[in-house]
Design a protein around this ligand. Structure first.
Ligand code: AMP
Ligand code: MG
Length: 494
């Protein structure tokens, strides 16, 4: 008989791991759950009924007040390096993995509530989230997905009717996050640091079954998984850089081995291009600045490699050599991915020698003249078929002539493509967004939501679902901030 009261068909692979992998704990009910949003397309992709999720029972479930049948709520254990400092015990301190469901492709997807109450890993935290970070994660994770960048997703957001105390009392909220998996580099570190060889083996098998089944057939599965994560992270970070995304808190506990973007704490997209750009209020040293992200990814991968050593080879010298060779692929991998991402952004279908230089010179030009990153590539998209003298790109400069020399080189190179202007423009249009989640718009949406007005939040999400289209009705979201609107910091006070 169809179970209309429970649309979830759980298949909880993580809960089948030994009990030391997690703490079994349920969300703590909240007084007055209220629906903010259900992501209807994602619900359908997960074989869930969006109408049910938006119903009274659905909202109770999304708030953690009602545990659906088949759920096995748990908080995952992990460790990690936070800003380079080793922390042996982190874990989900305010999140509950309620279970895993199969999507329309048959892939397992985690359903996790975030902000759903304390767990044994909460340390001094309250286990809650306030509305601001919940809306930020909803907006940015869905925008990342729409931009074609692997990311955890947002299935729903609800208010709790309860206050959360940060510096002041703020409205509480819960996000329902969907991920291909929540195993982080820090999860491997957790077992490695405890000398738990069996734990490491079981974790590797879990990750392999779920994300890298082909690694299981290789002669050295641990090394094959490491190689896959090295490649996946190189591609991911290159894509971040291609849209001006700054993660902000690339600690090893925030790096997914499934290579999705995860944890949207103090993240932001930059407006004006600057390699050293940092938004996070707690990143004083600029450790996670925009252009440092590939180096940090490599540092994080080295921590993963270390944790996998015992599984790579019983002979520690041999294991170290193999692991080092694996992570040493990262810089070239990353450069290759980055050049391909950037080449498309300037209309080049294939990379030739000298193209890296053109890309590098463009970025230097943007930085020197403080040009809006998103507008620059969108203007180049429009310029690609035009004659000299009517360039929208040059108009972004205080002195348009400053763009002339680079434009000449670029046009000359485009002329060698042989793909035709229409194809070039189509290529550029498909990778250069008109709309990104600009920080000032997110902040205004949050501010208005705190006053009970969610219209801007919904409109911003709608605009970001089709980021490559120019839609006049959403032109306010395509605009760069006026000087008085610029938001320079994002707060981790999540
Ligand atoms: P994050 O900076 O969000 O990656 O969180 C780092 C660690 O702190 C994780 O173990 C979180 O679960 C935990 N944490 C963050 N905020 C809270 C909170 N309000 N209550 C309990 N634990 C938290
Ligand atoms: Mg985290």
């Amino acid at each position: 008989m169809a179970d209309t009261a429970n649309p979830f068909k759980f298949d909880n692979s993580y809960a089948r791991l030994p009990s030391r992998f997690f703490a079994r704990v349920e969300p703590v009910p909240v007084s007055q759950p209220g629906l903010i949003a259900v992501n209807r397309d994602l619900a359908r992709e997960l074989c869930l009924d969006p109408d049910w999720l938006a119903s009274g029972q659905g909202i109770e479930t999304l708030a953690g007040n009602r545990i659906p049948r088949g759920a096995e709520s748990l908080a995952m254990a992990y460790a990690g390096h936070q800003f380079g400092q080793w922390v042996p015990q982190l874990g989900d301190g305010r999140a509950h993995l309620i279970g895993e469901v199969r999507d329309t492709n048959g892939d397992l997807r985690d359903i996790q509530l975030k902000g759903s109450g304390p767990t044994p890993f909460s340390r001094r935290g309250d286990g809650r989230a306030w509305l601001g970070p919940v809306l930020r994660e909803y907006i940015v994770s869905e925008a990342m997905h729409a931009l074609g960048i692997p990311s955890t997703r947002a299935l729903a957001a609800v208010t709790t009717g309860e206050a959360v105390f940060r510096e002041t009392a703020l409205p509480g909220a819960i996000l329902t996050r969907v991920a291909r998996g929540h195993v982080r580099i820090g999860t491997f570190q957790y077992f490695y640091a405890r000398n738990d060889h069996e734990g490491l083996e079981l974790l590797l098998k879990h990750v392999m079954d779920r994300h890298y089944p082909e690694a299981g057939k290789s002669g050295n599965p641990a090394l094959a998984v490491l190689n896959s994560v090295v490649c996946g992270q190189a591609e991911l970070i290159a894509k971040w850089l291609g849209v001006g995304f700054i993660h902000g808190v690339m600690n090893t506990d925030n790096m997914s081995v499934a290579c999705e973007t995860v944890d949207f704490g103090p993240c932001a997209f930059m407006d004006e291009y600057a390699e050293t750009k940092v938004f996070s209020s707690i990143d004083q040293g600029g450790r996670y600045a925009f252009a440092r992200q590939p180096d940090i990814a490599l540092w994080n991968l080295a921590q993963l490699a270390t944790s996998l050593l015992p599984l790579i080879d019983g002979d520690s010298t041999k294991a170290a050599t193999l692991a080092t060779d694996s992570i040493n692929q990262f810089p070239d991998r990353f450069s290759g991915c980055f050049d391909r991402v950037m080449a498309k952004k300037i209309g080049l279908g294939e990379l030739r020698s000298g193209d890296g230089e053109i890309i590098h010179e463009l970025l230097k030009l943007l930085e020197l003249h403080r040009i809006d990153f998103t507008h620059a590539f969108r203007a180049l998209t429009s310029d690609s078929g035009k004659q000299d003298g009517e360039s929208g790109f040059a108009q972004l400069f205080a002195h348009p002539s400053d763009a002339a020399e680079w434009m000449r080189k670029w046009k000359a190179r485009l002329g060698q493509e042989g793909s035709g202007e229409d194809r070039q423009r189509a290529l550029m249009r498909a990778v250069n967004p008109a709309i990104i989640p600009r920080n000032h718009q997110i902040e205004i949406a949050i501010e208005e939501a705190c006053n009970g007005e969610f219209l801007r939040f919904h409109r911003l999400n709608a605009a970001l679902q089709r980021p490559f289209e120019e839609r006049p009705e959403f032109s306010e979201f395509a605009a760069a901030p006026f000087p008085h609107e610029v938001v320079t910091q994002t707060f981790c006070g999540t």
